[in-house]
Design a protein around this ligand. Structure first.
Ligand code: FPP
Length: 237
């Protein structure tokens, strides 16, 4: 079972358009799937779930869609509050929250603080997130802390990322048919197993998630090494 699953939830707009609806309807339905997949993670013992809710590039979308997403995220956090507390989900936000609208800053700060002691599942919400920007931020923080160049290690950089203390994603799922990583978890996904699904995110149910987990369990992870051959059976001779 993967300890950390990360998901690029793509296909909300197309899901809505196929039904003759506004793109926003796709985001609204997609946000509901987060709850289902988080519940499945708890059932299967996945410790960390990271979802790509809003990228730094998403600001270039039409203004009404951006403001809809800005309202949707605090709205869903409020709607799922009882699930988050009953199931002991710890919310963490990956991204630049200082530049978000006040309603989002307040909502995410509150829920992060109130759930800091929860221990069933870490739900990382990548919100105003960019993978390269995260690396730049980490390096700036190390320089600001006066770390000498010769003391910079991979471990130190990992600890300067938003995901400090969490395992890197074992499984990275992208729904919606495209096969690219879109500036998501650039540092952390070096050895992630990718699972690309043609299913549009609002249709990505628990069954589809279980298929991704089953696919993951069939893979051999080598981390750049040569697989170790099973020892030959001892001969009786
Ligand atoms: C990509 O689909 C999806 C997004 C940019 C937004 C995803 C955000 C949510 C589902 C809300 C998350 C909510 C919580 C609970 C924090 P797209 O619009 O690019 O789809 P398309 O490729 O079909 O146009």
């Amino acid at each position: 079972m993967p300890a950390h699953v990360a998901i690029i939830m793509d296909g909300n707009g197309r899901w809505a358009q196929h039904r003759g609806l506004e793109r926003q309807a796709g985001h609204r339905e997609g946000a509901r799937r987060v709850r289902d997949i988080a519940a499945a993670c708890i059932d299967y013992g996945v410790r960390v779930l990271t979802i790509y809710a809003f990228s730094t590039e998403n600001w270039d979308r039409p203004a009404d869609e951006v403001s809809f997403l800005m309202d949707l995220i605090p709205e869903r956090l409020e709607a799922e509050r009882s699930m988050i507390f009953e199931q002991r989900v710890r919310i963490r936000v990956l991204g630049e929250i200082e530049t978000l609208p006040l309603i989002d800053r307040v909502a995410v700060r509150d829920i992060v603080r109130q759930t800091a002691h929860h221990d069933a599942l870490d739900l990382n919400i990548a919100f105003n997130y960019g993978g390269r920007a995260e690396i730049v931020r980490a390096l700036r923080n190390l320089i600001r802390d006066g770390i000498r160049p010769e003391d910079v290690t991979e471990d130190l950089v990992s600890r300067a990322m938003y995901t400090a203390g969490q395992p890197d994603p074992d499984l990275l799922i992208r729904t919606g048919g495209d096969q690219r990583s879109s500036n998501f978890l650039v540092w952390q996904s070096t050895y992630s197993e990718y699972f690309f699904s043609p299913i549009l995110w609002p249709d990505f149910t628990r069954d589809a998630f279980e298929d991704a987990l089953a696919d993951f369990s069939s893979r051999t992870r080598r981390f750049g090494r040569v697989p170790v051959a099973a020892p030959a059976a001892a001969s009786d001779a």
